[in-house]
Design a binder for this molecule. Structure first.
Ligand code: SF4
Length: 315
């Protein structure tokens, strides 16, 4: 694999609340190569969005390293931090909420260029028009306001905004979950085409395994602030090693239930609180295969084969 574009090494992020310490991330290691798509899946509250915030440097980390192009961004401040910001951009789940309702689409797209002092007014106008074409919208859209656009059009504008500064990585945090199924397919295909033409990498976060499989080169599965399985898409999909990944896959809706590859695996109970994660393996309270060892000893993330990692005593 190429040298990583983004690398998280043993990253922990804990939030101190009145109820106690929330262990949002606990020793998470991940990397993304240039032009690669890493899919990140798991239930709500597993830490996926905290990984996104760490990648965007929207939150500090308590321990560990976050490197972008080899530079440590976890400790960067001031100019060094500002210089790295354009390299990583984000597409949001709710474009209606993330676009300024009072600004025109043109003003919204031009804003990052103004902040980062790119080009003169004419250059910026032409880049706005080109970017609208790039996401398959008419340049006339620049004069409209967000409320005049459909949900799919607003999401294309959000993608265009993320592209304005020529990022190397786009973090897509549940970027298509709010869209209708037909529009969702169009936006996913647009993201794939942009990756092909521009060579961008994606950190693609979703609770929807089918979408993650469609988009990703590799898949990482998170549970209660830890990565429990990580590997190439087909290895994770066809040679699943972790009981939690198996349960997620079995629970995913299938267009052809009769062809379901895996027997339905029912997970016991709810996701435990990250305020007080279970001892040993964090999944043991819901795992049908749990043994005494699982309750008392935390499994390490171990390599199986060339590039398939799993955190399970029985794998
Ligand atoms: Fe289940 Fe034990 Fe593996 Fe955890 S370590 S996933 S409890 S079998």
């Amino acid at each position: 694999m190429n040298a990583p574009l983004l690398a998280l090494h043993e990253v922990s992020r804990h939030y101190h609340t009145q109820a106690g310490v929330v262990r949002a991330l606990d020793r998470v290691s991940l990397d993304i190569a240039p032009g690669e798509t890493l899919g990140l899946v798991g239930e709500s509250g597993c830490g996926k969005s905290t990984v996104a915030r760490v990648a965007m440097r929207l939150t500090d980390v308590d321990e560990g390293e976050v490197r972008l192009d080899g530079e440590d961004i976890a400790t960067a401040h001031g100019r060094a931090l500002q210089a790295g910001r354009p390299r990583v951009q984000m597409v949001f789940q709710d474009p209606a909420g993330s676009l300024n309702p009072r600004a025109t689409i043109g003003q919204t797209l031009e804003a990052p260029l103004i902040v980062h002092r790119r080009g003169n007014a004419g250059d910026r106008q032409s880049r706005v028009a080109n970017m609208l074409r790039g996401v398959r919208l008419h340049p006339d859209m620049a004069s409209r306001h967000p409320h005049e656009l459909s949900g799919g059009q607003r999401q294309r504008v959000d993608i265009a905004r993320a592209l304005m500064l020529d990022p190397a990585l786009i973090v897509c945090d549940e970027a298509v979950s709010a869209l209708d199924v037909s529009v969702r397919a169009q936006v996913l295909n647009l993201l794939l085409d942009l990756r092909e033409t521009l060579g961008i990498a994606y950190l693609f976060i979703s609770h929807d395994l089918a979408v993650v499989r469609h988009m990703s080169d590799r898949i990482a599965v998170m549970y209660l602030g830890q990565v429990v399985e990580l590997g190439p898409r087909d290895a994770v999909w066809h040679h699943t090693l972790h009981p939690y990944t198996r349960a997620l896959m079995a629970a995913a809706p299938s267009a052809r239930p009769a062809n379901r590859r895996l027997p339905r695996v029912v997970m016991e109970g709810e996701l435990p609180s990250p305020l007080d994660p279970p001892s040993g393996c964090r999944f043991h309270t819901r795992c049908a295969q749990a043994t005494y060892l699982c309750r008392s000893s935390e499994p390490a993330l171990r390599l199986h084969g060339a590039d398939h990692w799993v955190r399970c005593h029985l794998a």
